[in-house]
Ligand binder design. Structure first.
Ligand code: NAD
Ligand code: UD1
Length: 336
């Protein structure tokens, strides 16, 4: 299949490009580089020895998007493009609503106009808000207890896509709810390259390991979890990328929703300890107050993806820490 990957220069998008080509697909990237570097795509091209057309465009620009589709037929779209910083979304909610929702609406318009059969959307476990019970299945309650505009955009876009699918019965839409992506490609050539202070735990730990930051701040040790720190379902980004390839298999029209997680919870202290082992250094950390809006525990039931997509994550937390350390130590300033 020939696939348009929006946000393909970003963290998950660049890893997905590799897995798409390994599976025999080809791709083009549309990205405005708001949070990424074209160097990520160049490195993927080098690794695969292919040329990947790169369109520097804002998916919110309906005209530019229309022009792209009028010149090139695509068999499917994988829509990664969007803004993802939870803290920034609280500071600047309009930017988040505008970017994440407008880009998705524009894509749905071209899907309708150019009869694109399949859209895969990057959703998030954040749509589950405060879990009623664990593990989270695709039928778990959504929408209650989402604490930030970023999370609300994911919840709203899922709803918009369901409404669209109702009125366009030939289209397949796959909503992939990611748990916590971590790690990097095992080559060390591509990885996560946060432009500002990392919000997420693993890139923060990696920057402490490389000496860019003095210590990890552990947000609370009084949660009702085995060691008192927050528990999450960390999934290796290469396993996650393979989930997109699995989801491309000819999908029936309608909406399909899948959790992409490992089903296993890991605490903040366990992740720090795993990264310490990978980089062979003691990593300084300090317990501080809870981060507002955080939940104690979150992990997936991903049996639906296993059964229907034949998707099985194969990589461990140790693999993710090793790969992330390789990327961080070989590229201490990311792609710059
Ligand atoms: P990322 O920021 O690395 O990648 C997003 C890409 O989209 C970037 O390359 C950015 O430049 C591009 N982009 C942003 N706005 C754009 C626009 N208007 N037009 C064109 N390109 C635009 O983030 P990521 O971690 O790779 O996440 C990819 C997707 O997965 C996002 O939608 C994110 O919300 C979602 N997601 C990520 C996580 C995570 O922890 N990384 C978890 C759940 C869901
Ligand atoms: C956060 C977002 C969520 C988003 C997800 C993936 C919030 C409230 N939620 O989730 O919407 O989908 O990232 O991008 O921000 N932690 C520390 N110290 C740190 C950073 C994190 O102790 O410096 C802890 C957190 O309290 C949490 C765990 O580490 O227990 C993981 O945090 P993080 O990586 O930010 O992911 P989520 O909280 O799951």
């Amino acid at each position: 299949m020939h696939i348009l990957v929006t946000g393909g220069a970003g963290y998950i998008g660049s890893h997905t490009l590799i897995e798409l080509y390994h599976a025999g697909h080809t791709a083009e990237v549309a990205d405005n580089l708001a949070n990424s570097s074209v160097e990520a795509v160049r490195r993927v091209e080098k690794m695969l020895d292919v040329s990947i057309p790169f369109h520097q465009l804002d998916v919110c620009n309906a005209q530019a998007l229309d022009q792209l589709f009028s010149h090139q037929p695509f068999d499917a779209i994988i829509h990664f493009a969007g803004l993802k910083s939870v803290g920034e979304s609280v500071q600047n909610p309009l930017r988040y609503y505008s970017t994440n929702i407008t880009s998705s609406l524009n894509l749905l318009s071209v899907i309708k106009k150019y009869h694109i059969p399949h859209l895969i959307f990057s959703s998030s476990a954040t749509v589950y808000g405060t879990p009623e019970s664990l593990p989270l299945t695709e039928n778990s309650r959504t929408g209650i207890g989402i604490t930030n505009p970023y999370g609300h955009t994911k919840y709203m876009i899922e709803q918009i896509m369901r409404d669209f699918a109702q009125s366009n019965p030939t289209v397949a839409i796959t909503l992939l709810r990611y748990f916590n992506p971590i790690g990097a490609h095992e080559s060390g050539a591509i990885g996560e390259d946060p432009h500002d202070v990392p919000n997420n735990l693993l890139p923060y730990i990696a920057q402490v390991a490389v000496g860019k930051r003095p210590e990890v701040q552990v947000f609370g040790d009084d949660y009702p979890t085995p060691d008192g720190t927050g528990v999450r379902d960390y999934i290796h980004v290469v396993d996650l990328a393979r989930g997109h390839v699995a989801a491309l298999a000819p999908a029936q029209p309608g909406v399909h929703t899948y959790n992409l997680g490992t089903g296993k919870g890991t605490s903040v202290l366990e992740l720090i300890s795993a990264f310490s082992a990978a980089c062979k250094k003691e990593l300084p950390y300090r317990i501080v107050a809870r981060r507002p809006g955080d939940i104690a525990e979150c992990y997936a039931d991903s049996q639906k993806a296993a059964q229907e997509l034949n998707w099985h994550p194969t990589k461990s937390i140790a693999d993710a820490c090793r790969d992330s350390w390789r990327w961080q130590s070989q590229n201490p300033n990311g792609y710059r």
